[in-house]
Design a protein. Structure first.
Length: 345
């Protein structure tokens, strides 16, 4: 019978599902940023039994931001990283070479921006208005991302830069959902980056209003030029060289899970993973996140050269300190193609 073990550390929450009593499965571990449904793929595939079918067991190492998951991954504390695409690029720039081997999201669900309701009610209803506003002490408005260098920071700074408002705000690290939403509610932050679930929660509790909403049809493609590899699964080059079969098995399991998610009712997904993995989350917010996330997930896992090229303006900017990397050096779609061939045969 499967045993469930949970432990916490300064890096975040680590979940380990020990193997069944039959043949000893091979353990794979994956790390990602805050415990958001955007990274639910591994948990869903595990609960559906797809890891077992591939002879795998799973350990999840959950942190509070993408940049912290990058540190865990680089230190060898997780075999794979599920994160925004800027994180493997940042590692490659530091000589820690890795590959994106699966794409999971092509529209950024966490690029929403919420302001304090007080500000909204006083006319701060757009990003231009936010950039022109000053705090009572004359300081620039404070916007929180989960961490400086995280995916929320990457997309938020890009959006504001496109509107020539990049130097009109101060960015700070806000942590996970409790501290991000709590900071907005207590006026510590004037605005925050947010997932759809966080938007729903802030507006339902009447302390925040969204002023940049990627749920608006066509907005993301207008501002970003089309699909972008937002969230990806990565592996170090040395892992792919030493354990290619393990990487292939992991990708196979995720692709099967993604195929199931594509048609499963959201309520069925919530019933599968909600209580076990997101206990304590607002149920309505969880459903909102999963509903929107499912509309933005890349169910075939592919990252094309064109998709990758559209990410360049987001990733390669002076403030990110990420130097351009070629598609060939950063993306390996062989595992996806082999996995798709297997599940379609």
């Amino acid at each position: 019978r499967r045993r469930f073990l949970a432990s916490s550390s300064s890096l975040g929450l680590s979940l380990m599902f020990a193997g069944r009593a039959q043949a000893q499965p091979a353990l794979v571990s994956v790390t990602y940023g805050n415990n958001s449904p955007i990274y639910a793929h591994s948990a869903i595939a595990f609960e559906k039994g797809f890891f077992k079918d591939e002879g795998l067991d799973l350990k999840l190492v959950v942190t509070d931001a993408g940049s912290r998951a990058r540190q865990v991954f680089a230190a060898g504390e997780a075999m794979f990283m599920h994160n925004d695409a800027s994180q493997p690029l940042a590692l490659a720039n530091r000589g820690k070479f890795c590959k994106m081997i699966l794409g999971t999201q092509m529209v950024c669900s966490f690029a929403n921006i919420i302001v304090r309701k007080e500000l909204y009610d006083n006319g701060i209803t757009s990003l231009d208005a936010l950039g022109a506003w000053k705090r009572p002490d004359g300081a620039r408005p404070i916007i929180a991302a989960t961490a400086i260098g995280s995916g929320t920071w990457m997309y938020g700074t890009h959006i504001l830069a496109k509107l020539s408002q990049g130097k009109s705000v101060n960015w700070v690290a806000g942590g996970g959902p409790k501290t991000m939403l709590g900071g907005l509610q207590t006026n510590q932050f004037d605005a925050i980056m947010a997932s759809p679930g966080w938007v729903l929660q802030a507006e339902a509790d009447k302390f925040g209003r969204v002023i940049y909403d990627v749920r608006k049809p066509g907005l993301f493609f207008k501002d970003f030029g089309g699909p972008v590899p937002v969230c990806v699964l990565s592996a170090l080059d040395e892992t792919l060289q030493k354990n290619p079969k393990l990487a292939q098995a992991y990708v196979n399991a995720l692709l099967r899970g993604m195929a199931w998610m594509k048609t499963a009712p959201v309520e069925e997904i919530v019933a599968l993973v909600g209580k076990k993995y997101y206990d304590g989350s607002d149920p309505a917010a969880l459903r909102a996140d999963l509903t929107f996330d499912r509309d933005t997930w890349a169910f075939d896992g592919r990252i094309s050269p064109e998709d990758y090229a559209r990410g360049g303006p987001i990733w390669y900017r002076p403030e990110t300190e990420i130097k351009p990397q070629s598609y060939e050096s950063m993306v390996d779609m062989r595992y996806v193609e082999a996995g798709l061939k297997k599940i379609r045969s």
